[in-house]
Design a protein around this ligand. Structure first.
Ligand code: PGA
Length: 251
């Protein structure tokens, strides 16, 4: 399975800085055998697209989108609007949105379906918080989140989504999850996917996110069952992210 690295800029970089980031990143030497995408703020999609020119790497991703196709939903963005910028991947259910905006499993499920319908690959984010892990509830939490998010997705041979396992306690903390722990959670996720999608599950990438950087990315990507990474802080500098992309495939 081809691995994928997705940069998640979060709420950083308006159009001016986004354009500069993309121009700088295009000067990086990049590995060919890995997919690379950048999840940029909606308002910076046009600038990122313009700076890409005809280049298709990195692919564009969105950080959020709404479930309806159009209508009276002030402030929201429909997947079809993202398609106009050539957005290929769309995050759904990032923990920061669950925490700060009250996004529920039901909303994440609806968002994922809407993305899939529009031809954008949903990147469904799941993960337990520190307390849940401490109480031994990590597996239960991830299973519940995932089963809810997958409820209405259809698997027709092509991967219906990418799953990002992002333990909340590892995000932005520098306390990355040990690859062995990520591996066992990925195995649990793989089992759920197989039950839901049968053979199609073989095409679904399960990626890890949470304090991934240029130093540890190789270890994650060489761990069985980890098909890529979602990278926040370490993606903000284009040269650093280029370094990370190269380091990802060397291990
Ligand atoms: P981080 O963020 O790499 O800064 O920990 C990851 C994410 O939230 O996707």
């Amino acid at each position: 399975m081809k691995k994928i690295l997705i940069a998640n800029w979060k709420m950083n970089y308006g159009p001016i800085k986004a354009g500069a980031w993309v121009r700088a990143f295009r000067r990086e030497r990049l590995p060919k055998d890995v997919d690379i995408a950048i999840a940029v703020p909606h308002i910076s999609l046009a600038a990122a697209r313009a700076s890409l020119g005809r280049a298709s790497i990195p692919a564009l991703a969105s950080q959020n989108s709404f479930w309806a196709e159009e209508g009276p939903f002030t402030g929201e963005i429909a997947p079809a609007m993202l398609v106009e910028f050539g957005v290929a991947y769309g995050l759904a259910g990032h923990s920061e949105r669950r925490i700060h905006l009250g996004e529920t499993d039901e909303m994440v499920a609806k968002k994922a379906v809407a993305l899939q319908k529009a031809g954008i690959s949903p990147v469904i984010c799941v993960g337990e918080n520190a307390l849940q892990r401490k109480k031994g509830e990590a597996n239960k939490v991830v299973r519940t989140q995932l089963q809810a998010a997958l409820k209405d997705l259809v698997g027709d041979g092509r991967a219906p989504a990418i799953i990002a396992y992002e333990p909340v306690w590892a995000i932005g903390t520098g306390k990355a999850c040990a690859p062995e722990d990520a591996k066992s959670m990925h195995a649990l996720i793989r089992g759920i996917l197989e039950k839901k999608f049968g053979k199609t599950a073989d095409n679904i990438r399960i990626i890890y996110g949470g304090s991934v950087d240029a130093r540890n990315v190789g270890e994650y990507l060489s761990t069985t069952g980890i098909d890529g990474a979602l990278v926040g802080g370490a993606s903000l500098d284009p040269r650093n992210f280029g370094l990370l992309c190269r380091a990802a495939v060397i291990a």
